[in-house]
Design a protein around this ligand. Structure first.
Ligand code: ADP
Ligand code: MG
Length: 224
């Protein structure tokens, strides 16, 4: 059985008039080591779908299972724990905390369990070296370039060895050359870590780095 099963997910947002139907029947399966891009124009529902797969929002109908578990059956504290352990997020805007060093930022996912153990700190340093930031551990985010900040974001997302790595327009704020480097890095790190990777993007170039491509067409996922 695939590790991620998205089965006929629908999402409607209530409005004062008719509900806004964003997703109708979006289905997708991924196993460890597999990656896919979800492309489509702005407003087609890419972020909505990624939020649902990331357990940040519940579907109106349909189901998501990750590692055989239905996250939406969990209560809020259990769900937060499940998400922290199983899902890594890379955002368009890096979401690094300005007052923390790069190393401290990468350790954030471990802080839910108290002060990070030595192995976790070693893991963070190893990831930072693999994303090319071994000389930047004590820098603050403001002292990094945009590409370096996104590299730190990738390291942070992978800290707890998530089964699933999700990225929403991860190169949206970067120049073309830096974007290409981050696209390659995401896939390379995903392969090394043997996670699943889903990237949402309107960039055909970034989508070209991934093994499979889907688009959202009238609320359904179809091969692009
Ligand atoms: P994309 O990421 O492909 O640009 P989104 O998933 O962000 O698209 O949005 C899809 C549609 O759903 C848009 O029309 C947007 O306005 C609407 N939408 C997204 N989130 C909400 C919300 N929380 N409430 C109401 N409408 C929303
Ligand atoms: Mg979006």
């Amino acid at each position: 059985m695939p590790d991620l099963v998205v089965d006929r997910v629908a999402k409607e947002f209530p409005t004062r008039a008719e509900p806004l139907v964003v997703l109708r029947e979006a289905s997708l399966e991924l196993s460890a080591g597999q990656n896919a891009a979800i492309v489509g124009p702005s407003g087609s529902g890419k972020s909505t779908l990624l939020h649902i797969i990331g357990t940040l929002d519940a579907p109106t109908s349909g189901s998501v299972t990750l590692g055989g578990e239905n996250p939406f059956a969990l209560d809020e504290p259990q769900l937060a724990r499940f998400r922290n352990r199983n899902i890594g997020f890379v955002f368009q805007d890096h979401h690094l905390l300005p007052q923390l060093s790069v190393l401290e930022n990468v350790l954030i996912p471990a802080l839910a369990d108290g002060a990070p153990a030595r192995e976790i700190v070693e893991r963070a340093k190893d990831l930072l070296s693999r994303v090319g930031l071994s000389e930047r551990l004590a820098h603050r985010p403001a002292e990094l370039s945009g590409g370096e900040r996104q590299r730190a974001g990738v390291a942070r997302a992978l800290l707890l060895r998530p089964a699933l790595l999700l990225a929403d327009e991860p190169t949206g704020n970067l120049d073309r050359k830096t974007a290409a480097a981050i696209g390659s890095l995401l896939v390379e790190m995903q392969r090394q870590e043997n996670t699943m990777l889903l990237v949402v993007t309107h960039s055909a170039e970034l989508a070209g780095h991934l093994d499979r491509r889907y688009e959202i067409d009238d609320g359904r996922l179809v091969p692009a």
